[in-house]
Design a binder for this molecule. Structure first.
Ligand code: AMP
Ligand code: GLY
Length: 421
């Protein structure tokens, strides 16, 4: 089978890597891909947001399956278009992707499904939002309801700052994503990412993962797309099935009842508070960098699992996991998550990738002739696998230590919360 992976990040490199290992996959196309995916398959220069271009590519190349990495094409209806053409596509239809594309929709869905979440309000005008804020007797988080590439959440230190954030969103600083604003209670606790493969009615939950969203060690500083991750995360492992019953099952049931069965990956971002688990948000795709630890932990054939979801046959699909721990460490460009240079030559990737138990996933790279250069803020994600978290981290950091580009920065404390307990 010929498979098309949509996207260009570390997540998509991990998906392409997993699919390329399947004996049933003949060729992997990646649109647009990166310097790492070029070595596994064929990069095609069609942007991940170009729905018409992707539909045309899938038709011309007669691919047997399209695997969609990022959220934007899901929200824009790529899977609906491919499915209407009779093509197998992995990812939710747009009606289901709204769960990620509209935080207001997601909060309403959580209330309807009795999923525990922070107290909230959603607003399309500034005056009502400010009035709600005035009345709130708890700390508040300000969110642009629409897709904002991970930058739409403000965690203000005071009510005045929250009000300024509300005004900023309604003044258009977040574009269309901020036309609707969600205000919610600020929760305190440890975060965990619970992802599940879904086939419309059934699901198989993956090992819980933990991401490190802040740029600085000890989880300080600005938010990023994610500086590293590991799985299984002990903070949620014992409770995994109970958490899935709370956060995944009722959502799938509601979508199925509405006649819009959810197929693909459903990702619940959890906050484990002193009062119990709460869902912060849903993503309707693999996380990045969670994917770079989950795909290497999957012992079953990724193609089989994906087709099991697409064809509504997860009950007859084996989904087995390695009895190991995986950790990934992101090598970021200088200045990230602010402005950063591109085109930096990168050394040591092949050497790192050759270490036992280490896989280097490319996130923002491009091949310039023979030279690998950076092309994004998150440049590489170096994954290590081992019998323990410490073993996995040792391998990942041994890989990182072989890699060099000007101003490269990494967090040296991935997994610290699990190691501490
Ligand atoms: P999101 O963009 O929705 O993934 O949110 C980004 C991050 O903002 C989350 O991973 C949390 O760290 C933080 N966050 C979101 N909602 C809340 C909340 N209600 N309370 C505290 N932190 C939150
Ligand atoms: N790692 C968080 C996300 O993919 O949204």
């Amino acid at each position: 089978m010929k498979v098309l992976v949509v996207g260009s990040g570390g997540r998509e490199h991990a998906l392409a890597w997993g699919l390329a290992r399947s004996p049933r996959v003949r060729e992997v196309l990646i649109a647009p891909g990166n310097g790492g995916t070029a070595a596994l398959g064929r990069n095609v220069d069609v942007d991940a947001t170009d729905v018409d271009g992707l539909v045309g590519l899938a038709r011309e190349e007669k691919v047997g399956l399209v695997v969609v990495g990022p959220e934007q094409p899901l929200v824009d209806g790529l899977v609906d278009r491919l499915t209407a053409m009779g093509l197998a596509a992995f990812g939710p239809r747009s009606d289901c992707a709204r769960l990620e594309g509209s935080k207001a929709f997601a909060k309403a869905m959580m209330d309807r499904c009795k999923v525990p979440t922070a107290r909230w309000g959603s607003f399309t005008d500034e005056a009502s939002a400010l009035a709600w804020l005035e009345r709130a007797d708890f700390d508040v988080v300000v969110k642009a309801s629409g897709l904002a590439a991970g930058k739409g959440v403000l965690i203000p230190a005071s009510k005045e700052e929250a009000a300024a954030g509300v005004r900023e969103m309604f003044s258009g600083a977040f574009g269309a994503a901020g036309a609707e604003v969600v205000l919610e209670e600020r929760l305190v606790g440890e975060e965990a990412s619970l992802l599940a493969f879904c086939d419309g009615t059934r699901f198989v939950v993956m090992p819980p993962a933990q991401d490190h969203k802040r740029v600085g060690e000890g989880d300080t500083g600005l938010n990023t797309g994610g500086m590293g991750a590991y799985a299984p995360a002990p903070v949620a492992s014992a409770e995994r099935d109970a958490l899935a019953d709370l956060a995944i099952r009722p959502i799938l049931k509601a979508f199925a009842a509405d006649g819009v069965p959810f197929k693909g990956v459903l990702y619940a971002g959890l906050m484990l508070t002193a009062d119990g688990p709460r869902v912060l948000e849903y993503n309707t795709r693999f996380g990045d960098p969670e994917c770079q630890v989950l795909v290497p932990l999957l012992a079953s054939d990724l193609l089989d699992v994906i087709l099991g979801c697409v064809h509504g046959r997860l009950d007859r699909t084996a989904v087995r996991w390695r009895d190991e721990v995986a950790a990934t460490v992101v090598c970021a460009a200088p200045g990230y998550p602010g402005t950063y240079p591109k085109g930096l030559p990168i050394a040591g990737v092949a050497e790192a990738d050759a270490l036992p138990g280490v896989t280097v996933f490319h996130a923002g790279t491009t091949l310039d002739g023979e030279v690998l250069r950076s092309s994004g803020g998150r440049v590489l994600a170096v994954t290590g696998r081992g019998p323990s978290l410490q073993g996995a981290l040792d391998r990942a950091y041994a890989g990182v230590d072989l890699i060099a580009f000007d101003g490269m920065h990494v967090r040296r404390d991935i997994g610290w919360r699990a190691l501490r307990s």
